[in-house]
Design a protein around this ligand. Structure first.
Ligand SMILES: N[C@@H]1[C@@H](O)[C@H](O)[C@@H](COP(=O)(O)O)O[C@@H]1O
Length: 262
């Protein structure tokens, strides 16, 4: 795993955006996996800026989102489809038909999940997957003890995640859907590159366990230790519990410039 520690989330997100932009320049028809939550918002804002000011071209890009709540219509205020439209897709030149979010209203959920997996394969696989991390170490909605071999499927959220996400539902936990569809950890591990973002003190424990703890399904993100090309972009607060933070900074500072955001 490669650690990129920046002073704040904005600078870290700009560095992550350069990695995405480089991929899109090199492979205009790249397949990008996307995440929701508050964490990737600065990354998406920077990608929008790169599109508007520097002509970053998304016209041939395909995207697959990690997850979606079960039972929310795409137009629901808190659906991840709506989140993606409002925070990224409507502001860049991506073709809407090339954007994919799991269908939270599917009548046949297992069939819909299998079709999602197949669509990823048909698109050539995910080149770069953007990830956030839950305070309990979940990625996508793969909650603790999710199988490392899992594929896209229905999951039940933990109480912790329901409580964490209640802020988006007028702080009313009873309004938070308790089920979701999420790419599996196996799906995420198939991506050719993973970039995880984590900002703020409340992610510090999960980041330390992910990077320096044992690989264990109780801390789902820790599987990234087994990924050949995983980068973790964090701010100082999220880095605050890392034992080897100085070493990661030293490694990064000693890289040639061309390798820093590659
Ligand atoms: N399903 C999402 C995750 O993909 C996200 O990474 C995480 C953290 O959210 P936030 O970035 O708002 O802290 O929680 C949500 O439940």
């Amino acid at each position: 795993m490669e650690l990129i520690i920046k002073d704040n989330g904005q600078v870290a997100s700009e560095a992550a955006a350069r990695v995405v932009a480089r991929l899109v320049h090199e492979k205009p028809n790249a397949v990008i996996g996307l995440a929701t939550g508050s964490t990737p918002l600065m990354l998406y804002r920077e990608l929008i800026r790169l599109h508007k000011e520097e002509g970053l071209d998304f016209s041939q890009v395909t995207t697959f989102n990690l997850d979606e709540y079960i039972g929310l219509l795409p137009e629901h205020e808190q659906s991840y489809r709506r989140f993606m439209n409002e925070n990224l897709f409507e502001h860049i030149n991506i073709k809407m038909e090339n954007t994919h979010v799991p269908d939270g209203m599917a009548e046949d959920v297992p069939a819909s999940c299998a079709a999602y997996e197949q669509a990823i394969v048909d698109a050539g696989g995910i080149d770069l997957q953007v990830l956030g991390i839950g305070s309990d170490g979940h990625v996508g909605f793969n909650e603790p003890t999710s199988s490392f071999a899992s594929r896209t499927r229905i999951k039940t959220l933990t109480r912790q995640t329901v409580a964490d996400n209640a802020r988006f539902f007028e702080n009313d936990e009873s309004r938070v859907p308790h089920h979701c569809i999420t790419m599996g950890i196996g799906t995420i591990m198939d991506a050719r590159m993973n970039i995880m973002l984590a900002f703020g003190e409340n992610k510090a424990e999960a980041v330390a366990a992910t990077v320096e703890g044992p690989v264990a399904s109780i801390m789902p993100a820790s599987i990234l230790q087994h990924h050949a090309n995983a980068k973790v972009f964090i701010d100082e607060a999220a880095a605050s519990q890392l034992k080897l933070a100085d070493y990661y900074r030293w490694v990064y500072d000693n890289k040639p410039d061309w390798q820093k955001d590659a």
